[in-house]
Design a protein around this ligand. Structure first.
Ligand SMILES: [Zn+2]
Length: 95
């Protein structure tokens, strides 16, 4: 995962809630990526039952990832102001 900029790192280090939310997001992101990998392997092997199972898991992981990202945006707007949140959203898109 790519973290952008010194400002963002400083912000995360200053705020315990940011640290917690970014940690949570990184876990959901890794989980989502791993499941997508498994899905691709299963699809390549034409394991249709496994593909169906994994699609449900991937969808669920994607939702958790989105929620975690929204929680970061929400916290940043509440705690650090809208401008910071905007910068962070760009950083997330680049990640
Ligand atoms: Zn914060």
């Amino acid at each position: 995962m790519r973290m952008s900029g010194q400002t963002q790192m400083n912000l995360i280090q200053r705020c315990a809630e940011c640290q917690r939310l970014w940690w949570k997001y990184s876990i959901t992101m890794v989980k989502h990526i791993k499941l997508e990998d498994k899905l691709q392997v299963a699809a390549a092997a034409r394991e249709s039952t496994r593909v169906t199972e994994l699609k449900v898991l991937v969808e669920s992981a994607a939702q958790q990832r989105t929620h975690a990202r929204q929680a970061i945006s929400h916290h940043e707007q509440e705690a650090h102001g809208a401008r910071g949140a905007k910068e962070h959203s760009r950083a997330m898109l680049a990640a």
